[in-house]
Design a protein around this ligand. Structure first.
Ligand SMILES: Nc1ncnc2c1ncn2[C@@H]1O[C@H](COP(=O)(O)OP(=O)(O)OP(=O)(O)O)[C@@H](O)[C@H]1O
Ligand SMILES: [Mg+2]
Length: 479
C-alpha cells in the first residue's frame, strides 16, 4: 500500500515525454517512459501486473495509442489507460473510451488536470484490482481480506458466494464503515465477470447534472460546455460490474432514468437519440434507511424493488465483537510498514477497551484507531490506558467536533485570558480547516476536483492543504 503507484507513459515527443515523467515523479509516482506503442505494449505484456496506470499518446510511431488501449484493456481489463490526444483527434479518443480507455485528455492540457485524472484512474484501478479474500487475513500483503469468523460474517460470505455467480441486482446495506465496498468487490471477483471491468461510482459525490453524464455519458452539444461526446460509466462497465455506491443519494429525477435503464437494459446518452444496450451487472450500496426515504418521498418505491432483488446486510461491528481482535491484528500487520514500526501485539488488557467500544464508525473507525496505536506506540507495548485515551480522545473526527465550535471558541478564549495561549486565531482556523477538509475528503472519497469545487480553492492549493493535514493519499485509503 505505501508503494508508489507505477505509471507507464507512452509518449514519443522528446520534450513532452520526459517533462511529463518529471511532473508525475514529483507527485510520488514511479514512471516508465516508452517512446513507441510497440515498446509500451511489450512492457504491458511483461509487467502489466505491476503497472497501475498507462498514459499513452494517440499518435505514435508503430502501433497507435488506440492499439495500446485495446490490447492493454483486453489483457488487463482492470488496468486503466488514459489517452492523450490533440484537439482535432478528440473523436478517436472518445471512441477509445468506449473500447476501454479510462478517459482521455486533450492537448494542450494543464498539469493539475492530468494529475487529477491520473489520481482518479489509479484509485479506480486499485479498487478494481485489489483482490478481496474472504476471511484470509494471512493474505494481507497480496490484497484485501474480509476478516471475521463471527456467525454473521460467515453468513455474509455464504450469501456472497450464492449471489456472485448470478446476474441479479444486489443491494448491500449496512452502517457506515462496515465494509460494503469490500462486499461489492468480492461479488465482482467471485463472479464470471471478474475479467471484465469493475467500475464504482459514488452517487453522493457528484451533483445531479454531473452524475447523469457520469453514468450515461453525453453527446457533443448536449448542454453548454459539452464540447465532446463523453462515454458514461454504464458503457465502460460493459460485460462487467457497475457498483453504484450511496444509491440513496441519487436525486429523484435521476432515479426515474435509472429505473428505465434497469427495465430496458439499455442507456441513452444525454442529448442522444439511440438506445445503447448494456450488459452490466449492478451492485448498489447505501447506509441510508431507504424505507424511510420512500415514506418521505425521497426515494422511488418502484426503483427500490428493482435494485434489491437480493439484499445483503453487512453487520455493524458492535454486533460481532468477537471479530475485533482478529481485525486489530490484521490492521496492525497491514499498516505497520507505512507507520515505520513493527506491528505491536496488544496485551489482553489493552485489547479489552477495543472489544468493548461502541464503534459507530465500525471497521473503518477501528482501522483508524489501530493506525493511531501504531504511530503512538513506536514499537513499544501499548497499555490499556493509552488505548482508552485514543478511544476517548478526538478519534473519529466527526460531527461531535464541529458541533462544538462555540464551545471551542469559549475554551480557547478562556485559555488566552489565562495567559495559556497566544495565537488562538490561527489555532482555531487550523482546527476548522482540518475539520472541513476531513469531512469533505470523506464525502468526496478523496476526489480532489470535487473537493476543490466545493471548497472554492484551486486544486494545487487543496493538495498542499491536504498534505499538511496528512489527508493526501492517492491509493484511496481513508485517512
Ligand atoms: N471485514 C473486514 N475485514 C477487513 N477490513 C475491513 C472489513 N470491513 C471493512 N474493512 C475495511 O474498513 C474500511 C471501510 O470499509 P468500506 O469502505 O468497505 O466500508 P463501507 O461500508 O463502504 O463504508 P461507507 O458507508 O462509509 O462507504 C476499508 O478500509 C475496508 O478495507
Ligand atoms: Mg462505501
Amino acid at each position: 500500500m505505501p508503494k508508489k503507484p507505477l505509471i507507464l507513459l507512452v509518449e514519443d515527443d522528446p520534450n513532452l515525454g520526459p517533462s511529463m515523467a518529471k511532473v508525475l515523479e514529483s507527485e510520488n509516482y514511479r514512471v516508465i517512459l516508452e517512446a513507441t506503442g510497440d515498446k509500451g505494449l511489450e512492457r504491458v505484456a511483461r509487467e502489466g501486473d505491476q503497472i497501475d496506470l498507462v498514459i499513452t499518446d494517440l499518435r505514435l510511431p508503430g502501433c497507435s495509442g488506440l492499439d495500446v488501449v485495446e490490447r492493454t484493456h483486453a489483457a488487463h481489463p482492470h488496468l486503466p489507460v488514459i489517452l492523450v490526444t490533440a484537439f482535432g483527434t478528440a473523436e478517436t479518443a472518445i471512441e477509445a473510451t468506449r473500447r476501454g480507455a479510462f478517459d482521455y485528455i486533450i492537448k494542450p492540457f494543464d498539469i493539475p488536470e492530468i494529475l487529477d485524472l491520473a489520481s482518479r484512474a489509479v484509485q479506480q484501478s486499485t479498487l478494481a484490482r485489489r483482490e478481496v479474500r474472504l476471511d484470509a487475513p494471512e493474505a494481507a500483503d497480496s490484497g484485501d481480506a474480509m476478516v471475521g469468523t463471527s456467525r454473521s460474517m460467515q453468513h455474509l460470505y455464504k450469501e456472497i458466494g450464492r449471489v456472485a455467480p448470478t446476474a441479479v441486482n444486489v443491494l448491500i446495506r449496512g452502517e457506515t464503515g462496515t465494509g460494503k465496498e469490500l462486499v461489492a468487490r468480492a461479488i465482482h471477483q467471485f463472479s464470471p465477470r471478474k475479467k471484465k471491468p469493475f467500475i464504482a461510482v459514488n452517487c453522493a459525490a457528484l451533483p445531479e447534472s454531473l452524475l447523469e453524464s457520469e453514468l450515461f455519458g453525453h453527446e457533443r452539444g448536449a448542454f453548454t460546455g459539452a464540447e465532446h461526446r463523453r462515454i458514461g460509466r454504464f458503457e465502460q462497465a460493459e460485460g462487467g460490474t457497475l457498483f453504484l455506491d450511496e444509491i440513496g443519494d441519487v436525486p429523484l429525477p435521476l432515479q426515474v432514468k435509472l429505473l428505465r435503464v434497469l427495465q430496458e437494459r439499455a442507456i441513452r446518452r444525454l442529448g442522444g437519440k439511440e438506445m445503447i444496450p448494456v450488459d452490466v451487472r449492478l451492485v448498489f450500496a447505501t447506509h441510508q434507511p431507504l424505507e424511510e426515504l420512500i415514506a418521505s418521498k425521497h426515494f422511488r418505491e418502484d426503483l427500490y424493488y428493482r435494485i434489491n432483488t437480493v439484499e445483503l446486510l453487512v453487520p455493524p461491528l458492535r454486533e460481532r465483537r468477537e471479530d475485533i481482535p482478529k481485525l486489530v491484528e490484521y490492521f496492525m500487520r497491514r499498516h505497520a510498514p507505512e507507520s515505520g514500526v513493527a506491528p505491536t501485539e496488544l496485551s489482553p488488557t489493552a485489547m479489552q477497551p477495543l472489544v468493548d467500544a461502541e464503534w459507530p464508525g465500525n471497521v473503518r473507525q477501528l482501522e483508524n484507531v489501530v493506525r493511531k496505536i501504531l504511530i503512538q506506540s513506536r514499537g513499544f507495548a501499548t497499555t490499556a490506558e493509552e488505548v482508552k485515551n485514543l478511544l476517548g480522545g478526538k478519534t473519529p473526527p466527526t460531527t461531535e467536533q464541529s458541533a462544538g465550535l462555540t464551545e471551542r471558541v469559549k475554551a480557547l478564549l478562556d485559555e488566552a485570558e489565562q495567559g495559556k495561549r497566544q495565537n488562538i486565531l490561527s489555532e482555531l482556523v487550523t482546527e476548522a480547516e482540518q475539520a472541513l477538509l476531513r469531512a469533505a475528503h470523506t464525502r468526496a472519497r478523496g476526489n480532489i476536483a470535487q473537493m476543490a469545487r466545493w471548497l472554492g480553492v484551486a486544486r494545487l492549493t487543496l493538495r498542499e492543504k491536504l498534505k499538511q493535514h496528512g489527508l493526501y493519499d492517492r491509493d484511496g485509503a481513508d485517512g
